[in-house]
Design a protein around this ligand. Structure first.
Ligand SMILES: [Zn+2]
Ligand SMILES: [Zn+2]
Length: 215
């Protein structure tokens, strides 16, 4: 028989909540309590907390703590921790499997495809694929393409029309793909849609691009 009536026999203690006999290790440490352990077992405490955590008071406390400066700091530390990252990844993966998650992904994909960047990358991917299929080098990167555009002052390399948002900017092969022209920095110039389609049909008339650059 232990102090204050708490039963302690054969290495087990009775929980003041559920009344079960459990080893001391099942009780959280509590300074000043009998045996230095809490009266309620961990399972009971968890259950208590689960009930409490759903009450408005608990939610308010949680909200206050999470939005305090310390709470924000703690949360940002957690986000960057390995555990935080793993949890986020797990949750994202689970969400992606749900109907809502799939719908969100679909919406994002459509939005990206229609974005300026999505369009540009799609064109470049196709050009690389074409070059590979023709067994030609395909090394032009998006960064290189941006540099070429800047090099040409964002104008068509043939008619020199400045590009604007309403124009189609195409990547023109100076030496056409059909003649072994690679998809490389040295062989690609910006062209407006009109010039691109016009010269594609009549190769011989194709002028040398304005300030033809050398990679
Ligand atoms: Zn218990
Ligand atoms: Zn043009």
């Amino acid at each position: 028989m232990g102090a204050s009536g708490r039963i302690f026999v054969g290495g087990v203690v009775r929980c003041t909540e559920c009344g079960e006999f459990k080893p001391l290790a099942c009780y959280p440490n509590a300074k000043g309590c009998v045996y230095g352990r809490a009266g309620k077992c961990r399972a009971c405490q968890r259950e208590r907390y689960r009930d409490y955590s759903q009450t408005p008071a608990a939610k308010a406390t949680r909200h206050r703590c999470n939005h305090s400066e310390r709470g924000k700091e703690r949360f940002s530390r957690y986000r960057q921790s390995a555990r935080g990252k793993a949890t986020r990844k797990r949750l994202a993966k689970a969400y992606a499997q749900t109907e809502a998650g799939r719908a969100t992904a679909q919406r994002a994909a459509v939005k990206y495809c229609q974005s300026e960047h999505g369009r540009r990358i799609r064109v470049q991917t196709q050009a690389r694929r074409d070059a590979r299929q023709a067994a030609l080098p395909a090394t032009l990167t998006d960064d290189e393409w941006q540099a070429i555009l800047m090099d040409y002052d964002y104008r068509c390399a043939y008619c020199r029309t400045p590009f604007n948002d309403n124009m189609v900017i195409t990547q023109d092969h100076v030496l056409p793909l059909s003649r072994g022209g690679p998809y490389t920095e040295a062989n690609i110039v910006p062209a407006c849609g009109a010039c691109n389609s016009q010269y594609r049909a009549r190769l011989k008339l194709k002028p040398v691009p304005w300030k033809y650059h050398v990679a």
